[in-house]
Design a protein around this ligand. Structure first.
Ligand code: PHE
Length: 488
């Protein structure tokens, strides 16, 4: 309908100057006219030029005053013609917002005397605000000052109206020919393809977005790290137990029972089931002894080791708990050197901020062999991290209950132009390895780092809550760029 009207109009007239006026003159919705214009323009039946007009519309507050009168006039009318009314009485007669705005505007206009008692200063007032609002509603144009004062009171807002002016296009015809979109078998058989007009390809049309799953950046970085470990000959450890006993998470690691990390401020303990069902009893005895009185050249911590403390279930605070179980199992076999890694979730009772969550992922690697030295650890770390694109490393002496020596790992960040801490490492203590049953000359070098840190750097995310957790930015999952570790 709108299409016939537009094409018909252009048959006798040069131009439709304004699609808005055209729509109202012919009784169409402007929206429908716009859609037809876009389509006819696409087939070049018409040429269309954008028109934009700023217009003003009433806000909800503006609409209220256009109907009920401005607050200042409502207030004025509530003040008696003679004598006065107390401010409290007056307030009761009006809506709170009308009272508040009315007081200030009527005072400014010098219509009333505002004190404890309110009285009129003039006998008649005009509701100019209401009149102006009604004129805007009718689509009348107002002067600059009037517009500015209504705008300042947030009674009107600007709205951009968009429409078109339209002329004949190169393919103009008074009615649209149906064009074929496909060449069919029937067209070929009948031979009518010779007469048919075919729709042109629109190479600028966007295809529909592909409906597909999207991998989370953490999963992508995890996969790349996995590949690096596998290239280096590491085997993956099974990490499928988030719940661990204190024994495997702490005690077997020679972490004393009074260590602050074992406090409920740092660790999530389970309420149900609160304790583990079984532990390897022979090994528990050896761990107890090494804590209490040492052995293997150590004095131990010299305290009363409590089984109840070791039995407590918790959410593992590091994947080193997994390494411990694996090393214990390895020590039971005739000795073979091993390289193990894991990448999985750990939990800490931390307060959450831009860079910390109560759960995150740890990457952990270890090498177990006879005669390894700190030099081997530094060498392996250099090899590993240079594959992540971090080739400038520095090491700082540190302390872990289960490693000696221990080193924090720093990498020079070219973007931030400073050294940033990226991980922690060390050589597992004899107090940890010997009770497991390893031969004396077996050494284990190990390191750990978070998966989130390199992922945030790689994807340029500066708030961890955009990456992980309930506030995660889903569009980041869908639109994230291809990022590769180790390539600048
Ligand atoms: N478990 C340590 C941590 O949570 C990392 C680490 C792993 C340190 C292995 C030394 C050896 O930070």
């Amino acid at each position: 309908m709108a299409e016939e009207a537009i094409l018909g109009y252009l048959a006798t007239s040069e131009e439709i100057p304004d699609s808005g006026q055209f729509a109202s003159q012919h009784g169409f919705q402007h929206n429908d006219v716009v859609n037809v214009i876009k389509s006819l323009h696409g087939f070049r039946y018409i040429d269309a030029q954008d028109i934009k007009r700023e217009s003003w519309v009433l806000t909800d507050e503006g609409k209220k005053y256009a109907a009920d009168g401005s607050p200042e006039v409502q207030l004025f009318l509530a003040v008696p013609q003679e004598g006065s009314i107390s401010k409290d009485e007056l307030q009761k007669k009006l809506e709170p917002s009308v009272f508040k705005i009315g007081c200030s505007q009527a005072g400014k206009n010098k219509w009333v005397d505002m004190g404890k008692q309110v009285s009129r200063k003039v006998q008649h007032v005009e509701d100019k605000v209401k009149d102006l609002l009604i004129r805007i509603q009718k689509g009348e144009a107002l002067g600059k000052d009037d517009i500015n004062s209504l705008k300042a009171r947030k009674l009107i807002v600007a709205q951009t109206w968009k429409g078109y002016s339209v002329k004949k296009g190169p393919n103009y015809a008074p009615t649209r020919k149906k064009v074929a979109t496909d060449l069919t078998r029937e067209n070929l058989q009948r031979g009518d393809w010779k007469e048919l007009e075919f729709k042109e390809y629109n190479f600028n049309a966007k295809g529909p977005p592909a409906e597909a799953g999207h991998l989370h950046p953490l999963l992508k970085v995890k996969q790349q790290l996995k590949n690096i470990f596998l290239q280096l000959g590491f085997e993956e450890m099974p990490t499928n137990n988030f719940v661990e006993s204190s024994f495997w998470n702490f005690d077997a690691l020679f972490q004393p029972q009074q260590h602050p990390a074992r406090d409920s401020h740092d660790t999530f303990f389970l309420e149900v089931p609160s304790t583990t069902r079984e532990l390897p009893e022979d090994y528990v005895k050896l761990v107890k002894r090494v804590h209490e009185s040492g052995g293997y050249g150590s004095r131990g911590y010299m305290y009363d080791w409590k089984r109840e403390e070791a039995n407590k279930n918790l959410l593992r605070t590091h994947t080193t708990a997994v390494s411990t179980r694996m090393l214990y199992a390895l020590a039971k076999q005739p000795f073979t050197p091993k390289r193990y890694f894991s990448i999985d979730r750990v939990f800490r009772n931390e307060s959450v901020d831009r860079t910390h969550l109560a759960e995150f992922h740890q990457i952990e690697g270890l090498v177990c062999d006879k005669g390894l030295t700190l030099g081997d650890l530094i060498g392996v770390l250099n090899d590993f991290f240079s594959r992540l694109g971090m080739s400038k490393l520095r090491f700082k002496p540190a302390y872990n209950p289960y490693t000696e020596p221990s080193m924090e790992i720093f990498s020079y960040h070219e973007g931030l132009k400073k050294w940033v801490e990226i991980g922690n490492s060390g050589m597992f203590r004899p107090e940890m390895l010997l009770p497991m049953g390893f031969p004396e000359d077996v050494r284990v070098i190990a390191w750990g780092l978070s998966l989130e840190r390199p992922t945030m750097i790689l994807y340029g995310v500066d708030n961890i809550r955009d990456l992980f957790g309930h506030k995660v930015d889903l569009s980041l999952m869908k639109r994230n760029p291809i990022c590769r570790l180790g390539i600048d």
